[in-house]
Design a protein around this ligand. Structure first.
Ligand SMILES: NCc1[nH]cc(CCC(=O)O)c1CC(=O)O
Length: 307
């Protein structure tokens, strides 16, 4: 076994929390192993003034980390699965998927108890097309405005009064010990989470079966099956940040329940479906779900978005 292991991580507080979390779990499991963290800034962290959907999406947060793996400067990269593109570049693989944190979106406001209480014209901050279209569908009287930056930056913009409320992932807030800032949790029926939201993924170079073995105690099979189903669905839809799409799987009584939707940005048209199957069939189930959404008209919405 290697005597040292290097974790590549983005330098945002959330990414560093996640890397340290994996570091301390590995150190507890393998006291002989020296685990260090290589912090790095990604293109996605640098471009803060334009919406993610415009600048090219998820890959921007992982590319530099993959380069470090490629060049042997690091052994593993820890990611929020939400930020990992649906198809990894050739030569890379997921070594493990951690147990999922709360997958729900969180409503954060200093004045209002929940979305329902927001008066007409209130400005809600989010840069996620998925959150935006679901909000527009339920609350056409609200104004949605762009909100980017890391979790702390977003909270600061709320506190400065630029927004009546903002929507964030509950998982990020909880990990950063900012759970007390959550004003209300939004149930999946109201805001279906993003594919992979709340789950950590550990990436490595293909063929590093030694790392898969090393990381096996951190792998959570149920979370992995759920995230795999969601990702297969999104892949079938060629999902990215540019597409208003949600996917969320859970294991209920031993059965995998997958829900998904694709919507127009104004939230006027929303195509949704739900499937159940065996967790062992997660990937096939997800792919089938994607095809079903396409058959229900998602392809039309996707074609319009591409124009
Ligand atoms: N898009 C950035 C991002 N990537 C992962 C999380 C939250 C943590 C997670 O989902 O695991 C966030 C912040 C957010 O959406 O509020």
């Amino acid at each position: 076994m290697n005597k040292t292991l290097v974790i590549a991580s983005r330098e945002s507080a959330l990414a560093m929390w996640q890397a340290r979390h994996i570091q301390s779990r590995l150190q507890a499991l393998y006291p002989q192993l020296e685990v260090s963290i290589l912090g790095m800034t990604t293109t996605g962290d640098q471009i803060l003034n334009s919406p993610l959907a415009k600048i090219g999406g998820k890959g921007l947060f992982v590319k530099e980390l993959e380069q470090a793996l490629e060049e042997g400067r690091a052994d593993i990269a820890v990611h929020s699965m939400k930020d990992v593109p649906m198809t990894l570049p050739p030569g890379f693989m997921l070594a493990a998927t951690g147990e999922r944190e709360d997958p729900r979106d969180a409503f954060v406001s200093n004045q209002h108890p929940n979305l329902e209480a927001l008066p007409e014209g209130s400005v809600v901050g989010t840069s996620s097309l998925r959150r935006e279209c679901q909000l527009r569908a339920r609350f056409p009287h609200l104004k949605i405005e762009a909100l980017r930056g890391n979790v702390q930056t977003r909270l600061r913009k709320l506190d400065e009064g630029q927004f009546a409320a903002i929507i964030l992932a509950a998982a990020g807030l909880k990990r950063l010990e900012l759970g007390h800032r959550i004003t209300a949790l939004i149930e999946p029926e109201q805001s279906l989470p993003a594919v992979g939201q709340g789950a950590l993924g550990i990436e490595c170079r293909e063929g590093r079966d030694d790392l898969v073995t090393l990381l096996a105690p951190l792998h959570h099979a149920e979370s992995a099956a759920c995230v795999m189903a969601e990702r297969a669905m999104s892949r079938a839809l060629q999902g990215s940040c540019q597409v208003p799409l949600g996917g969320f799987a859970q294991i209920v009584d031993g059965e995998l329940r997958l829900r998904g939707f694709v919507a127009s940005i104004d939230g006027q048209r929303m195509i949704r479906d739900e499937m159940r199957g065996k967790p062992a069939d997660a990937e096939r189930l997800g792919a089938e779900m994607g095809q079903r959404l396409i058959a229900l008209g998602a392809d039309k919405i996707l074609a319009e978005l591409a124009m």
